[in-house]
Design a protein around this ligand. Structure first.
Ligand SMILES: N[C@@H](CCC(=O)N[C@@H](CS)C(=O)NCC(=O)O)C(=O)O
Length: 472
C-alpha cells in the first residue's frame, strides 16, 4: 500500500512531510497540485482534501490532511526513531505544544513571504499592508524560538539533543524566507535560530537541501519592499479546560486577568513565556497550548474514555487533522471577529470594524466547512463520530464566544449552519453540567454588554457590569 503525497513545490508543510518520508525510506508517490492554477479547488482534489490545502496524503483508503497530523501519523511507522515523536507522554506533549504554537505564530512566515513577495508566483496579488503585520508576528516568533524554545542544552527545540517533527516543521517554515530580500535582516539577530536551522538541515540532509533547491533558484527572481508599521498585538481570550472537569481530574484554577495585562507579568511568564492562556502546571511540568494540554490530559489521567482521544493511530490522526485545521480557520476568524467587533475595548484596545469584516468572512467560511465536511457522516460529532472527542470540545468552545456579540450578528453568522447548531447542542449535552457552568460567565458578559449599549441603565445594572468586567 504505497503512500500518496499531494504537495506543492513551494509548500513548506509539504516539504516537511516529504523530507520525513525520505529520511525514513517510507515509499511514496508525489502528486504535484498547482496552486497557481487553482488545482487545489478542483472537485478531484477536494475529494482528497475538501479544505483545498496541501499537503494531504492517501494511504490505502485512508485520507489525511494537515502536515502536523501527517507527520505524527508517519512517526508511527516501523523504524522511525523515538526522538522524532517520543512515546513518553510528557515529552510528546511538549512537542505538541511547539506544533500548536507554530500555527498562530511562526506560520505567519508563509503569509509574510506571500504578501510581500511571492504571491505573483501563484497568480495572486501582493498585500504589503498585511505583510507589515505578518512580519511583526514573524519577528516576535523568531524571538520566542531564540529565547524560549531553544533555551536548553541540546541543539534542537525544547533543548533536545536530537530533532523532532517540530524541528522539521518549523525549520521548513523559516526556509521560505529564502524568497524575500530581507531574509538576512530578519534572521541575523537570531544566532541560535540560524545555528538550529543549520543543525536541522544537517540532521536531515541530503533531503533538506534537495527539497529546498527550487527555493534557491527562485530567490534570484524576486524583489520586494517591506516596511515595519504599527500593529497592535491581539490578545487572546480565556479558554476553558472543560475536559479536566469532565473526567474528574482534580485541579486548581488560577484566573489571569488579560485586561490588566497579568499574562505579561514575570510570574505568569515563568509558567508560559508566550503570555497566553491557558497553561498548566503539573508537578514540575509546565505546558501551554490548549490542544497540547487536552491531549496531555487525555493521555495522562486514567479513566478518560477512549473516544476523547482514541488510541487507534488512524482515528487519532483524524482528530489531529481537525485540531490543526482549527488554528488557521475557525480560531483565527472567530477570535478575530469577536475581538475586533466587540471585545477589544474591554481589554484596553480599540474596535476595528474593517478587520472584523475580514474575520467574519473567514469565520463563516470555517463554519460552512464544519457544516459540509467535518460534520459529514452518521454520528452526531465531528468526523462522523458517535461520541465527542477533544476536537468537538475545542471547536464548540470557540464558537461559544459568539455569545458576546449582538444577537442579530450571532444569528446572521450561525443560523445558516443548522448542523453546526445541532452539533453545538449535542456537545453541550455530552459535557453538561460543566459546559453550562463554564459558559455562564460569557452569558453574564453578554447581558452586561447588552445593558451597556441600551438607554437608561440603572445603578444596579452598572454595578453588576463593573463586577463582571472586573473579572476580565
Ligand atoms: N496547517 C496546514 C497548512 C496548509 C497550507 O496552508 N498549505 C498551503 C500551501 S503551504 C496551501 O495549500 N494553500 C492553498 C490555498 O491557500 O489556496 C498544514 O500544516 O498542512
Amino acid at each position: 500500500m504505497k503512500l500518496q503525497i499531494y504537495k506543492h513545490c513551494l509548500s513548506q508543510p509539504s516539504h516537511a512531510v516529504i523530507i520525513f518520508c525520505k529520511l525514513h525510506q517510507i515509499e511514496f508517490e508525489e502528486i504535484e497540485i498547482s496552486l497557481a492554477n487553482g488545482q487545489q479547488y478542483t472537485p478531484e482534489y477536494k475529494v482528497i482534501n475538501p479544505m483545498g490545502k496541501l499537503p494531504a496524503i492517501v494511504h490505502g483508503t485512508y485520507k489525511l490532511s494537515e502536515s502536523h497530523a501527517i507527520l505524527i501519523y508517519l512517526a508511527s511507522f516501523p523504524g522511525v526513531a523515538d526522538h522524532w515523536y517520543p512515546s513518553d507522554i510528557q515529552k510528546r506533549a511538549k512537542i505538541q505544544s511547539v506544533l500548536d504554537w507554530h500555527h498562530s505564530n511562526l506560520r505567519q512566515t508563509a503569509a509574510y513571504v506571500m504578501n510581500s513577495s511571492a504571491a505573483p508566483l501563484l497568480r495572486r496579488k501582493l498585500n504589503l499592508e498585511a505583510a507589515v503585520i505578518n512580519r511583526k508576528v514573524l519577528l516576535k516568533s523568531l524571538k520566542m524560538i531564540e529565547n524560549f524554545w531553544l533555551n536548553g542544552d541540546g541543539k534542537f527545540l525544547l533543548g533536545n539533543s536530537q530533532p523532532s517533527i517540530a524541528d522539521l516543521s518549523l525549520a521548513c517554515e523559516i526556509m521560505l524566507l529564502e524568497l524575500v530580500p530581507d531574509r538576512d535582516q530578519i534572521l541575523s539577530p537570531y544566532k541560535k535560530v540560524l545555528q538550529w536551522i543549520e543543525d536541522t538541515r544537517n540532521a536531515t540532509n541530503p533531503f533538506f537541501d534537495e527539497l529546498h533547491s527550487l527555493m534557491f533558484e527562485l530567490k534570484a527572481v524576486l524583489t520586494v519592499e517591506s516596511s515595519v508599521a504599527e500593529h497592535s498585538e491581539a490578545r487572546r481570550k480565556l479558554r476553558t479546560l472543560l475536559s479536566k472537569l469532565l473526567n474528574g481530574i482534580e485541579f486548581e484554577e488560577i484566573d489571569v486577568s488579560l485586561a490588566k495585562g497579568q499574562q505579561f507579568k514575570a510570574e505568569f511568564k515563568a509558567i508560559n513565556p508566550m503570555a497566553r492562556v491557558p497553561a498548566i502546571v503539573h508537578g514540575s511540568y509546565k505546558l501551554f497550548e490548549s490542544h497540547a494540554i487536552l491531549i496531555y490530559l487525555a493521555c495522562t489521567f486514567p479513566g478518560v474514555p477512549d473516544h476523547w482521544y482514541p488510541a487507534d493511530i488512524q482515528q487519532r490522526a483524524k482528530i489531529h487533522s481537525v485540531l490543526d485545521w482549527h488554528h488557521s480557520n475557525l480560531r483565527l476568524g472567530e477570535a478575530g471577529y469577536v475581538l475586533d467587533s466587540r471585545l477589544r475595548p474591554l481589554l484596553g484596545g480599540k474596535l476595528n470594524l474593517e478587520a472584523a469584516a475580514v474575520n467574519e468572512k473567514l469565520l463563516s467560511k470555517s463554519l460552512a466547512k464544519i457544516e459540509t465536511f467535518w460534520l459529514r457522516g452518521d454520528g452526531k460529532f465531528l468526523l462522523g463520530n458517535f461520541q465527542p472527542s477533544i476536537a468537538d470540545l475545542s471547536l464548540v468552545c470557540e464558537i461559544m464566544q459568539l455569545e458576546i456579540v449582538p444577537e442579530i450578528d450571532r444569528n446572521r453568522i450561525l443560523s445558516p449552519h443548522k448542523k453546526v447548531l445541532q452539533w453545538m447542542e449535542d456537545t453541550k449535552n455530552a459535557t453538561n453540567p460543566y459546559f453550562d457552568e463554564l459558559h455562564s460567565f460569557i452569558l453574564e458578559l453578554k447581558a452586561v454588554l447588552k445593558a451597556d449599549s441600551s438607554v437608561g441603565v440603572t445603578e444596579e445594572t452598572k454595578q453588576r457590569s463593573q463586577a463582571v468586567l472586573s473579572k476580565l
